[in-house]
Design a protein around this ligand. Structure first.
Ligand code: NAD
Ligand code: UFG
Length: 342
């Protein structure tokens, strides 16, 4: 199939483009490079061993989108293009509403006009807010704890309304828990702008010498060692889930909303230990105050994704840390690094 990957130069869209290509699909990437670079796409091409058609495009640009849709005959769209920093969303909510919500409306309209009626959408465990119960099931109450989370909630609702209104429209809404790791080649990975907000990229930058110490946000949570517990998931498992979801949309001809996680909770200090094993070096850290808005424990019940898509996470924590570290060690400055040829 021919798939339009919006936000395909980014972390998860890039890894998914690789798996799509490996599974025989033709990928067309569109991205405005607000949080990525052309260098990332060049690396993707190195991984897949073929050129990938690329369009520099903002998903809010309806004319540009229409132009891209008119050049190809897409079977489906995968929509990764969003702003994703929780803290920034609290400071600049309008930017998030505009980029994420207006962007999604523009994408949905362009799809309708081009008669493309299969969508795989990046949602997030953030739609559960601070969950009352773990493991979290898809029928748990939904709530937004911040403007970023609100955009995900609203986008899910918009997509749901479109599925109701258009009997031929099918969507897979994928609620990711905590994606980490990188492609095993070490050629592509997560390359945040500025200081990383998330645990894994922060540890990677400490290990590679870009940052001095990790701050562990709170050790007084009601968890195994007092630190926050999350469901970390290898990005290659996550990428595979997108292609499985696409198969589901096309073969079963039904829409679906599923959690994507391993189903296991891991504390910050357990994660630090696993990373130290993988990197073969100590990660110096300080325990500091809790981060505003953090939950104690969030992990998925991934049973529905297994039942419906036949998907299950396969990589363990050691593989997540090993692959994240390989990427960072080979690319200390992310995509700005120069890789020595073999
Ligand atoms: P990312 O920032 O690496 O990738 C997003 C890509 O979309 C970037 O290349 C960016 O340049 C592009 N983009 C953003 N706004 C755009 C616009 N208006 N027009 C065109 N391109 C645009 O982020 P990611 O981690 O790969 O996340 C992908 C999706 O998954 C996002 O929707 C994010 O909200 C969601 N998600 C991510 C996580 C996570 O922890 N990484 C967790 C849950 C959900
Ligand atoms: N943490 C630290 N130090 C850091 C970074 C994180 O101790 O420097 C801790 C956090 O307090 C938390 C755990 O590590 O306990 C994981 O934090 P992340 O920031 O890596 O991940 P979150 O679960 O907080 O956030 C993720 C996504 C968000 C999404 C949220 C809810 O990054 O986009 O899940 O689903 F909104």
């Amino acid at each position: 199939m021919q798939i339009l990957v919006l936000g395909g130069a980014g972390y998860i869209g890039g890894h998914t483009s690789v798996v799509l290509t490996e599974r025989g699909h033709q990928v067309v990437i569109a991205d405005n490079f607000s949080n990525s670079s052309r260098a990332a796409v060049a690396r993707l091409e190195q991984v897949v061993g073929a050129p990938l058609p690329l369009h520099e495009l903002d998903v809010r640009d309806s004319v540009g989108l229409e132009r891209v849709f008119s050049q190809y005959r897409f079977d489906a769209v995968m929509h990764f293009a969003a702003l994703k920093a929780v803290g920034e969303s609290c400071k600049k909510p309008l930017d998030y509403f505009d980029n994420n919500i207006s962007g999604t409306i523009t994408v949905l309209r362009a799809m309708s006009e081009a008669n493309v009626r299969r969508l795989v959408f990046s949602s997030s465990a953030t739609v559960y807010g601070d969950p009352e119960q773990v493991p979290v099931r898809e029928d748990a109450p939904l709530q937004a704890s911040n403007p970023y989370g609100r955009t995900k909630l609203v986008m899910e609702q918009l997509i749901g309304d479109l599925c109701t209104a258009d009997p031929n429209f099918r969507a897979a809404v994928l609620r990711y828990f905590n994606p980490v790791g990188a492609h095993p080649s070490g050629l592509i990975g997560e390359d945040p702008n500025g200081p990383p907000n998330n645990l894994m990229p922060f540890m990677c930058q400490v290990a590679v010498g870009r940052r001095e110490r990790l701050q562990v946000f709170g050790d007084d949570y009601p968890t195994v060692d007092g630190t926050g517990v999350r469901d970390y998931l290898h990005v290659m498992d996550l990428a595979r889930a997108h292609v499985d979801a696409l198969d589901y949309l096309c073969n079963k001809d039904r829409s679906v909303t599923v959690n994507l996680g391993t189903g296991s909770g891991v504390s910050v200090l357990q994660m630090v230990k696993a990373f130290e094993r993988a990197a073969g070096k100590a990660i110096p850290y300080d325990i500091v105050a809790r981060r505003l808005g953090d939950s104690a424990t969030v992990f998925a019940d991934p049973g529905l994704a297994h039942a419906l898509l036949g998907w299950k996470a396969e990589h363990d924590l050691d593989a997540m840390c090993r692959d994240a570290w390989r990427w960072q060690a080979l690319n200390p400055q992310g995509y700005g690094s120069i890789i020595q040829p073999d």
